[in-house]
Design a binder for this molecule. Structure first.
Ligand SMILES: Cc1ncc(C[n+]2csc(CCOP(=O)(O)OP(=O)(O)O)c2C)c(N)n1
Ligand SMILES: [Mg+2]
Length: 810
């Protein structure tokens, strides 16, 4: 069979088409929808017979997606959810063979380009960056941002994708950039289930789009259920477009254009999408198309059957109003096609889908069979010379008997054969272990690669440019150093934009952007509403479309309000697309000690464990922060920067190359040398430790203070570990909770850097207490590590080792 082709769907205009053309268009649409339905039916069977793990399909949603695809153009974007296979087939962004390759978790991106087998089926993505990480031309392709399984999780990204069109249209400085936009004409298409509209993210983004007036077209696929929970438990009045009527744009107001259409009415759907999207594209008004009366012919997913919770009447209604059946009836009644012609079409479609399924299955199976042959030959050869012939034969027999074998079976067989023969030496055994080594490398690439872009533009590869200082360099407030850095970067690169709460007019609550909106305009430095998830979503969408966003979360404590977007979407993007997509967002925030329970947070442990896929920068002062911004703004990977809240007014020396010097990520610095103990700290506690070092010197103790500067990556050159080999004692100080970021740091030093072997005393951590810091200086003193705490803990550790020299203080 030739490579699967996607006929695509064409515009339907009853006034201009001849009957034959019209018939072709309609027939072709029906064919795509019918093939898609077959894919769902076969897909479910493949799961139930054990060839795939799980299946969720777009049956019952086909016809609306055909209509939506007609309005989708090159340059446009999709951010949707797991029901959109028909849309993906109809636009040509995916095809049937890829559909099955994903169902079978084929890790080869040439066969399964959406996720390289990493995501469940119907989780789509187009690969919009090249192998080397560089951008493809997005204007010439149709673009699909990567799906997630979380209901509504994609909404913030959708907003950002739409917002990019607005900036490309309105900011004339961007007009020279033509591989991302043509005058902002691109529409961001979203889809979401009726149930998922109950999520907070939906409402947050919906409101933001109404305010921002962006070309966002959100389709709600309403099948009246969210798994088993019916609409009246999900939605006020049981009807989302009804309750959102207040968002309807009126004469002289902003807002949405809201449409409601039935999911089985092909003609109405085509007309609605054509009208809605034209308006959205032309006027940059957000539109919502509420598609009602949709069905789920096979229930929600392969996890259960809907007969358990739908009434007999409902199930009968779903049969009668199946969109394919309704479209079919309409085609026959309107004399567009005959029953006989349809029978041929349907028969061919069934065969075609089956063929695609078989090809996809055989593609994977044949590769694995080849690997089984290889490894079983090697085990067989080993068996001939081994004292464990019988056991090795048994391993082989088990491998060869595997039903639906996978790579875990081949690798496990090789590993077990090597265990058995651990005390033997032979050329045959060496061949097997060599094979395993090569396979392990390939499997690491298949299953563990691309957490970051790792491209030539990775921030880890940005050249290091030291800060330079004029002889008469000014000492200025830390915030002014940052301000000068941002100013230089806005001037240097017109793609840089910054936004957040109070970022625009007043230049953020600590004045880092002060004066910059007046200088660079409201399309570069922007205020936003109080909507942290939407802020990060904007960053995601803008950065996917070639801009360089600095998305500000006012205080680190409010990062939690954007955590799902940061963790589920941004952090996992590169990994879950196997390097097919990237979003180099710089998240700017500030934290550590100040005053009050929600203004003193330092939840680095939360960040480290939920945002693997972002660099985590914890600069000790604003100069280091500026250098890290300079690095990140020249790189292509996402990061979060936690500035020290209590550092903006401390004086720092202004580098003469404030917009150009770079602080490399993952490079720890020794802040003070000492032979008695290695003390590792970062952010605001670093200053505390430096003060403590002065006091300790008076007690005859010399600590070596190390600032890792970034927690991810952590101290690439083993500066901490090497220091520990000198001092043999280790203390980690931070103001996160006990066992949080400090445990992460310990693990890096003791395990990864092998520091354990250098210890001559138990390693310690000094952190905040288990609760949040009370408001007030006393609350801070008794909750967060103070200079006094550091001095005493260091002293006590020395005293434990040598009580004669360091008698107990009290
Ligand atoms: C954040 C989150 N909560 C819960 C789930 C589990 N879940 C998956 S699909 C689903 C129902 C979604 O219903 P709806 O939005 O109406 O879409 P439909 O599947 O009906 O098309 C639920 C609860 C999830 N994936 N993500
Ligand atoms: Mg639903």
């Amino acid at each position: 069979m030739s490579e699967t082709t996607n006929p695509g769907t064409s515009k339907i205009d009853l006034t201009e088409l001849s009957f034959d053309d019209f018939k072709n268009v309609v027939t072709n649409d029906y064919r795509i929808a019918y093939q898609s339905r077959q894919a769902s039916l076969i897909g479910r069977r493949e799961v139930l017979t054990g060839k795939a793990k799980f299946g969720i399909f777009g049956d019952g949603k086909e016809v609306a997606q055909i209509a939506m695809a007609k309005a989708f153009r090159k340059g446009d974007w999709r951010a949707g959810y797991y029901r959109d296979q028909t849309f993906m087939f109809a636009t040509g962004m995916s095809n049937l063979k890829q559909f099955f390759a994903q169902l079978y978790a084929n890790p080869d991106i040439s066969v399964e380009p959406s996720s390289g087998g990493r995501q469940m089926n119907c989780h789509y993505a187009t690969r919009f960056i090249n192998e080397d990480g560089s951008w493809k031309n997005q204007v010439e392709s149709m673009n699909c941002s990567s799906d997630m399984s979380t209901t509504g999780g994609h909404m913030p990204r959708l907003l950002g994708l739409a917002f990019a069109s607005k900036l490309y249209r309105q900011n004339k400085e961007l007009s020279g950039i033509n591989n991302f936009s043509v005058n902002g004409n691109e529409v961001a298409f979203g889809s979401i289930g009726n149930g998922a509209t109950s999520e907070g993210l939906f409402f947050e983004v919906f409101n933001a789009a109404g305010v921002l007036q962006v070309p966002m077209a959100i389709s709600i696929w309403d099948d009246a259920y969210a798994i088993s929970v019916p609409a009246d438990i999900q939605t006020t009045k049981g009807d989302i477009s009804e309750v959102l009527q207040g968002f309807q744009r009126e004469e002289g107001t902003n807002g949405f254009e809201i449409f409601k259409v039935r999911g089985w009415d092909y003609v109405a759907l085509c007309e609605t999408y054509e009208r809605a999207i034209a308006m959205c594209r032309r006027e940059h008004v957000p539109v919502m198309i509420h598609v009602v009366e949709m069905t789920q012919p096979q229930g929600h997913s392969t996890s259960g059957s809907h007969e358990r919770y739908k009434s007999k009447e409902r199930l009968e209604w779903e049969n009668d109003y199946d969109c394919l059946l309704q479209m079919r009836n309409w085609m026959v009644e309107s004399a567009i096609i005959t029953e006989d012609e349809l029978a041929v079409l349907e028969d061919e479609a069934k065969k075609y889908v089956r063929e695609c399924q078989r090809e996809a299955w055989n593609d994977l199976l044949n590769r694995i069979k080849g690997e089984i042959d290889e490894v079983s030959n090697l085990i067989d050869q080993l068996a001939q010379v081994s004292a464990h012939k019988n056991e090795l034969d048994a391993i082989n027999a088990e491998l060869l008997a595997c039903v639906d074998p996978g790579r875990k079976d081949t690798t496990a067989a090789a590993r077990r054969a090597l265990w058995l023969t651990v005390s033997e030496t032979s050329a045959e055994r060496k061949l097997l272990s060599d094979w395993l080594e090569v396979e392990n490398e390939k499997n690491t690439d298949r299953y563990n690669s691309k957490l970051f872009s790792n491209s030539p533009d990775s921030p880890l590869k940005v050249p290091v440019v030291p800060a330079q200082y004029a002889d008469d360099a000014q000492m200025i407030d830390g915030r002014e150093v940052l301000n000068a850095c941002f100013d230089a970067n806005f001037a240097r690169d017109k793609r840089v934009v910054a936004f957040g709460e109070d970022v625009g007019a007043i230049g953020d609550v600590n004045q880092g952007f002060a004066g910059l909106q007046a200088k660079y305009g409201t399309l570069r430095i922007m205020d936003t509403g109080i909507r942290e998830s939407a802020i990060i979503g904007k960053g995601l969408g803008l950065s996917m479309r070639g801009l360089k966003p600095i998305a500000e979360i006012q205080y680190v404590d409010y990062v939690l309000y954007a955590l799902t977007v940061l963790s589920d979407d941004l952090a996992s993007l590169s990994y879950r697309t196997a390097g097919g997509q990237k979003a180099p967002v710089i998240v700017r925030t500030r934290g550590h000690r100040l005053e009050g329970i929600w203004h003193s947070g330092s939840p680095l442990g939360i960040m480290l464990s939920s945002m693997r896929g972002l660099h985590v920068c914890v600069p000790r002062n604003m100069t280091q922060a500026a250098g890290m911004y300079n690095t990140l703004l020249r790189g292509d990977e996402p990061a979060i920067m936690v500035e020290c809240l209590n550092g903006y007014r401390l004086k720092e020396k202004l580098p003469s190359n404030v917009g150009d010097f770079t602080v490399p990520l993952g490079k720890a610095e020794i802040m003070r040398e000492g032979a008695d103990m290695t003390v590792v700290s970062y952010g605001s506690t670093l200053r505390v430790v430096m003060e403590a070092a002065v006091e300790l010197e008076k007690l005859g103790i010399y600590i070596e203070v190390v600032d890792p500067q970034t927690l991810y990556p952590f101290d690439i050159d083993n500066v901490c570990g090497n220091s520990l080999y000198k001092t043999n004692k280790l203390l980690v100080v931070d103001e996160d909770l006990p066992g949080s970021a400090s445990a992460y740091i310990l693990r890096n030093i003791l395990e990864s850097q092998k520091g354990y072997y250098a210890l001559d005393a138990p390693p310690r951590t000094l952190t905040a207490k288990d609760h949040r810091p009370p408001y007030g200086s006393d609350g801070d003193y008794f909750t967060k590590p103070s200079v006094d705490d550091v001095v005493e803990l260091v002293y006590n550790m020395m005293s434990e080792s040598n009580p004669g020299k360091y008698p107990p203080i009290y």
